[in-house]
Write a protein of this length. Structure first.
Length: 277
């Protein structure tokens, strides 16, 4: 079987891998649940390639992510649920419906108007999904209420951001960033008390409150929390790599180096990064 730019070749490969008699033993036994972690992992690897501005890796990682879509669709087809074509039809229908200003007639001619129109159409689609579920005798939507549209499956930072954005639409929000700093100080104080009281459950609870408040101020100043943290992670990687490289150059090791010496090298790495900008 040869490689191809035709999506049908990917679907043929996936079908061959899942073929009970001649397929791959690993692929054959996979389920929605077992490949779910890989789907999430591939999405993060796409984001990483974008962060590193590596087009070669981005092309490859997008292919890996597309494979996950084909994998899920193949399992669904085998179970008589839906097929890859249904997935494509669903998203094309959704994009056409949500862009009447492009594919039909609409007065939405600004980014803000388009966003408001998008949200209205999403609510219509949700109502239609609930009606279809009811007609099938399926359970009602478990995520009801105003915040129900925020997926619990999001990473925690993203979920926090989206919950705050959703609440802000009905006025449940800080009017400016400054008071959030006071809230952060308050949460730090409560975390200190929990630590001093040796209360592990309380520490966990207060740490969550502090992180939620930090997400809030990031939202107010236009610093997307996930990307801000990724930037800090990259800085940490680079500075720690500097420590490791410097130690190896002098015949030392991380394990045998006292914290004080590593801190000196850490500060040196910070100075170099500041000079570079």
């Amino acid at each position: 079987m040869e490689a191809s730019t035709d999506i049908n070749r990917l679907l043929e490969i996936m079908a061959a891998l899942r073929q009970p008699e001649t397929g791959c033993p690993w692929d054959i036994v996979q389920t929605f649940e077992t490949i779910k972690p890989y789907t999430i992992e591939e999405a993060y690897e796409v984001a990483d390639a974008i962060e590193r501005k590596d087009p070669d890796d981005l092309c490859e990682e997008l292919g890996d992510l597309l494979l996950q879509v084909a994998f899920h669709a193949r399992i669904a087809e085998e179970e008589g649920l839906f097929c890859f074509g249904d997935v494509v039809e669903s998203i094309t229908r959704k994009m056409i419906r949500r862009h009447p200003h492009v594919f039909a007639r609409s007065d939405a001619d600004t980014p803000e108007a388009v966003k408001a129109q998008w949200d209205t159409i999403k609510q219509q689609e949700k109502a239609e999904r609930l009606a279809r579920r009811a007609a099938r005798g399926s359970a009602a939507d478990p995520d009801t209420g105003y915040l129900g549209s925020v997926q619990r499956s999001f990473p925690a930072l993203t979920e926090a951001l989206k919950l705050q954005e959703r609440a802000a639409k009905v006025g449940f929000d800080w009017s400016e960033a400054a008071p959030i700093l006071d809230k952060i100080e308050e949460e730090i104080g409560e975390l200190r008390e929990a630590l001093a009281g040796n209360q592990p459950d309380k520490v966990k609870d207060e740490l969550g409150d502090l992180i939620f408040a930090l997400v809030n101020i990031g939202r107010h100043v236009g610093a997307e929390p996930e990307q801000a943290l990724r930037g800090t992670n990259t800085k940490f990687r680079n500075r720690f790599s500097y420590i490791e490289t410097s130690l190896h150059a002098s015949g030392g090791t991380l394990e045998a180096t006292p914290l004080e010496r590593m801190e000196e090298l850490w500060q040196a790495a910070k100075g170099i990064q500041r000079q570079i900008g």
